[in-house]
Design a binder for this molecule. Structure first.
Ligand code: BGC
Length: 350
């Protein structure tokens, strides 16, 4: 090698090292981020209500300090963005609403919590994916640009529970378009992706995750057995009243049924090389209390054993809420069942 080429090579190496120093350390990959999220909780029934100022509960910045003090590490903010975006291109988001969400994101981060910002309940898209895709992408284009300078403790979830006409094939085609928009502004931000079929275990087999992106977490939801967790739930239809009285005793067969679901998720994630988040789980307050506590604790234990991060559904509200807003205190035994065990054990033998 000539002296000149050697000098040029050395200069190149120095330059690359300086550029790395200026850019700061490489962003943590999704596995490292996922290990910081448990236990997590959903800030449901606030910005996901329809419209958010309809039946939605009040957004209170102080709620995040309450969560952090109880041992929570992260919060998922479900937001019904489509209710606050214009119908025509460029689908402008209502700036006042965006500012309200921002102030909550900042408050959560100031309380030391990781934040998953989730696009929730886009019913128009579930029912008319082809017609509403431009609006979905137009909203993500804005969100991606808007949050680009936020710290990496802000995570995006592309869409809650794709279902109805947004089946696996359409979803496999649509989410990469949103991800590409996100990556243009947020190359290293951690992004959560749900499978179709309501984010459930059964939608997983058909989900194709993007190859080569180190910042993806697979997120799924699990309310099994549904007749137990949703007994009496008004929003699931007439039959749910007939399920009242269903218990969950935590016996071998019951626990193994849950474990079998988790094993499927774990096997899929191992093949895909991604970490896993359980984005929603919870049992309704109409279930008997002992069963509810047993199930909630069992889910937390299974998550810890499988190496999944977890977000309980939900913080406040009557249905599943762990925090009694009127009384200003946690439903203590339920909160304990969610928070404990809070160790994060990745067990490759799971
Ligand atoms: C929905 C909530 C519902 C919960 C449990 C969530 O995905 O957004 O409205 O209470 O699931 O069914």
């Amino acid at each position: 090698m000539s002296g000149r080429r050697l000098r040029a090579g050395l200069l190149g190496l120095l330059w690359a090292a300086a550029a790395r120093t200026l850019a700061g350390p490489a962003a943590p990959d999704a596995f490292a981020v996922n290990r910081t999220l448990s236990p997590g909780i959903n800030y449901g029934n606030v910005f996901d209500a329809d419209p958010p100022e309809g039946w939605g509960l009040a957004a209170k910045a102080g709620d995040f300090a309450v969560m952090a003090a109880a041992g929570f590490k992260a919060v998922r903010l479900p937001v019904r963005w489509d209710a606050k975006a214009l119908a025509q291109p460029p689908y402008t988001l209502d700036p006042a609403f965006l500012a309200r969400v921002d102030s909550m994101v900042r408050a959560a981060q100031a309380a030391g919590l990781g934040v998953v910002l989730d696009f929730h309940h886009f019913n128009g898209l579930y029912n008319d994916p082809d017609g509403q895709a431009p609006r979905f992408l137009g909203i993500w284009r804005q969100l991606s640009a808007h949050y680009r300078a936020y710290p990496p403790t802000l995570l995006f979830e592309i869409l809650n529970e794709p279902h109805a006409r947004l089946g696996p094939e359409r979803w496999n085609a649509l989410y990469p378009r949103a991800l590409a928009l996100i990556r243009a502004d947020n190359p290293d931000r951690t992004v959560l992706i749900d499978p179709a079929d309501w984010g459930g275990v059964h939608g997983l087999a058909a989900l194709r995750l993007p190859p080569g992106d180190r910042h993806i977490i697979l997120s799924f939801h699990d309310y099994a057995p549904f007749h137990f967790t949703h007994q009496g739930a008004s929003w699931v239809g007439g039959d749910s009243k007939a399920w009242l009285g269903t218990r969950w005793d935590g016996g071998f067969a019951e626990t193994e049924a849950l474990r079998a679901d988790f094993s499927q998720v774990r096997a899929y994630a191992d093949r895909a090389g991604v970490p896993v988040n359980l984005g929603e789980y919870g049992a309704i307050s109409l279930a008997d209390r002992a069963s509810r506590l047993r199930w909630t604790a069992a889910m937390g234990r299974l998550c810890a054993q499988a190496g999944f991060s977890r977000f309980y559904w939900e913080f406040k509200a009557q249905g599943f809420g762990a925090y009694d807003e009127k009384a200003g205190r946690w439903r203590g035994d339920l909160k304990d069942a969610i928070v404990s065990p809070h160790d994060f054990v990745s067990n490759s033998d799971f």
